[in-house]
Design a binder for this molecule. Structure first.
Ligand SMILES: Nc1ncnc2c1ncn2[C@@H]1O[C@H](COP(=O)(O)OP(=O)(O)O)[C@@H](O)[C@H]1O
Ligand SMILES: CC(=O)N[C@@H](CCC(=O)OP(=O)(O)O)C(=O)O
Length: 264
């Protein structure tokens, strides 16, 4: 068996992005991660704050933002501009040659507007294709892609897309070229057995344990779609998935922190 190069696909959540000190610390650690890497960022919290300052109300259903036209304009400005470009500037100052992209840039992540059923999510995209080759070529030329949670459709729409799903789909597409290590970084030490006890970190999590904790209610809210994305990634060829604190990225890349999600 030939050894393939390891690629770290790192997702950073909105609570860290909203906190300048935590974000700067995370970026220092990210810039030190060895080997090829990709950063996928959220920013939901900043979008909600900017929307509120413009008197635009935020509506979320199952962790997904209802995105009408005014909200689409907000998330385009916030994710594609404010958040993405500040991350790129900070990474450049740390010596990491980051290139900021939405899914539309280079045609890397295409989606379809979510069909209206009982609920109209508005301008929300469901991913249909990731151009892994295009992303691999950027990495091969020494760049570190920093991807915002926006995708594009064949009709020319820019669509709001959940960042956890972007990370999972991107890691899957890059598994053709690399041994992919997907890391979800956020503000807790991992998946907690008791959401009120920050130290009750599960070392590993399998589908039956997940189902049990979900039924008890100890895994809830945003952690449910995150874990569904984590299991989907493993099923579709991603080598390893870890859920960890943004402060623990360096340790988690080596397998020494956070919750490792496994299929069995
Ligand atoms: N068992 C659990 N362990 C850790 N976090 C949990 C758990 N159950 C629910 N959560 C919640 O899930 C949230 C993470 O999901 P989300 O807000 O989507 O994260 P992100 O900021 O990475 O996008 C945490 O802030 C936490 O409040
Ligand atoms: C469709 C949809 O819900 N998109 C997300 C994209 C941002 C995101 O996922 O941010 P976090 O990782 O910080 O939660 C949203 O607008 O909140």
């Amino acid at each position: 068996m030939t050894m393939r190069t390891q690629l770290s696909v790192v997702k950073i959540g909105g609570n860290i992005i909203d906190n300048p000190e935590a974000c700067s610390r995370f970026l220092q650690d990210f810039s030190k991660v060895k080997g090829p890497k990709i950063l996928i960022h959220g920013g939901g919290k900043v979008a909600t704050q900017v929307a509120a300052s413009l008197q635009i109300e935020t509506k979320m259903v199952d962790g997904r933002r209802i995105t009408d036209k005014p909200m689409l304009d907000v998330v385009t400005m916030v994710y594609g501009g404010l958040v993405n470009k500040n991350l790129v500037a900070q990474l450049q100052s740390l010596g990491t040659n980051a290139i900021g992209l939405t899914g539309a840039d280079g045609g890397i992540i295409r989606s379809v507007k979510r069909p209206v059923k009982s609920l109209d999510y508005g301008f929300v995209g469901d991913i249909v294709a990731v151009d892994g080759k295009q992303i691999e070529q950027m990495i091969a030329s020494g760049l570190v892609p920093v991807i915002a949670p926006l995708t594009y459709s064949n009709e020319g729409l820019l669509l709001n897309t959940n960042a956890d799903t972007m990370a999972s789909a991107t890691a899957v597409a890059l598994s053709t070229y690399f041994d992919t290590n997907l890391l979800y970084c956020f503000e807790k030490k991992g998946v907690l057995a008791d959401p009120d006890d920050d130290d009750s970190v599960l070392e590993s999590l399998t589908p039956p344990t997940y189902t049990a904790y979900k039924a008890k209610g100890s895994i809830n809210k945003g952690m449910i779609p995150k874990l569904d994305n984590a299991f989907a990634a493993l099923t579709d060829g991603v080598g390893k998935v870890t859920i960890c604190h943004a402060n623990d990225l360096a340790q988690a890349v080596l397998g020494n922190a956070g919750t490792v999600v496994t299929l069995d």
